[in-house]
Design a protein around this ligand. Structure first.
Ligand SMILES: CC1=C(/C=C/C(C)=C/C=C/C(C)=C/C=C/C=C(C)/C=C/C=C(C)/C=C/C2=C(C)CCCC2(C)C)C(C)(C)CCC1
Ligand SMILES: [Fe+2]
Length: 340
């Protein structure tokens, strides 16, 4: 069985620790106040997703065109830029077309793709935080399945009605009432089956962690428990919005910032400003480019959004289209960095 361990500079690990700890604190605090009975008005629950358009969320993918050359320490050329542009055009365009033709299947594909992608993001962080640990491929796959499954599956188990409403919003933009095709997914028997199966996978993963490395086990147990409680307690639209910004996107931004040697040096000296300024400089043009495309999508969909939930639904469809090429870039990055 293939075993992998990646090499990590201590400065990279320190940078990741700096973003991992606040993400634990923020999600933990939100879960805690929710469990105390504090409820956030529904209108405000959309705020983190709206904020993610400019902060963390959209920008985290807006440097995809620079990521692979940097990871390979090659220079960025017109050809490398054109390749990423074409990747986005073909895969992103195909996914948008798929929403028009088969909205229900596209929704399910979006959930499964996000499941993989958010899991792969966490796998990288676990590797970096425990750099001498070698993991079998089965163990890596289980970590991806569990970490991606926590945000995608726990809300389905805990808040099936809201999950269904979001599904209906996304699918309904293209085919009103189409969500009826996946009614079975929200039934108690199905959720019980998925919940039990997932719980067994969590136990198997933690058992493998324990055998392989106590520090991996500690971090994984903390993250798994935290994310389970968080997604079981916090209303899903709010929970996913905050997670997307301060967990997934922030970790990815830290990862790509650390591909730049000058930034790593500055971070080691405690200089956070310059690497951050460079990131904003690199990510701004294509964040703006993506916003223009989002505005274009709002015009061509069959029912243009008229309310905040509908606008957020359309933004999620847009993210789905960006996710496919983004996942290809991150998967190549995983390969270059020796995760797979
Ligand atoms: C480079 C480039 C560009 C840009 C790009 C970008 C900017 C990217 C980004 C990317 C991104 C930014 C991505 C993202 C992703 C995201 C995601 C993946 C999400 C998901 C989510 C979900 C799936 C959710 C859902 C839900 C809710 C919300 C609630 C309830 C429950 C549920 C779960 C259903 C352009 C095109 C301009 C051009 C070409 C090149
Ligand atoms: Fe991502």
């Amino acid at each position: 069985m293939a075993m992998t361990a990646i090499r990590t500079a201590p400065a990279v690990r320190d940078t990741l620790t700096r973003v991992v700890r606040p993400s634990w604190a923020i999600l933990g605090a939100l879960a805690f106040v929710t469990l105390l009975g504090v409820s956030i008005p529904v209108r405000w629950q959309y705020a983190p997703l709206v904020v993610s358009i400019l902060l963390f969320g959209l920008p985290h993918g807006a440097i995809d065109h620079l990521t692979i050359p940097r990871a390979r320490t090659h220079s960025v050329t017109t050809r490398s830029l054109a390749t990423v542009g074409l990747l986005y055009l073909v895969l992103g365009g195909a996914f948008v077309a798929a929403w028009f033709v088969a909205p229900v299947a596209s929704f399910v594909a979006f959930i499964l793709l996000t499941w993989f992608h958010w899991g792969q993001g966490d796998l990288y962080v676990l590797y970096e935080m425990t750099p001498k640990t070698r993991l079998s491929s089965v163990h890596r796959i289980l970590l991806v399945v569990v970490h991606g499954g926590l945000p995608m599956l726990v809300p389905l188990l805990a808040f099936p009605r809201i999950y269904r409403r979001v599904a209906s919003l996304l699918v309904g933009t293209f085919r009103p009432g189409g969500v009826a095709d996946i009614e079975w997914l929200f039934q108690p028997e199905m959720r019980l089956l998925l919940g039990v199966g997932f719980f067994l996978l969590v136990l198997a993963t933690l058992a493998l962690d324990w055998r392989r490395s106590r520090s991996l086990w500690r971090i994984d147990a903390v993250e798994t428990t935290l994310l389970t409680v968080y997604f079981a307690a916090v209303p899903p639209i709010l929970a996913i919005g905050v997670y997307f910004c301060v967990w997934h996107s922030l970790r990815h931004i830290a990862r790509v910032v650390c591909l730049d040697d000058a930034s790593v040096r500055e971070l080691a000296e405690g200089n956070l400003k310059s690497p951050l300024r460079r990131f904003v400089h690199d990510a701004t043009p294509l964040t703006v480019g993506a916003l223009v495309l989002l505005a274009g999508l709002a015009v061509v969909v069959p029912s243009s959004p008229a309310t905040t939930p509908e606008a957020v639904g359309l933004y999620l469809v847009f993210l789905a289209a960006l996710t496919l090429p983004h996942v290809v870039v991150v998967t190549i990055l995983d390969r270059v960095q020796g995760i797979w």
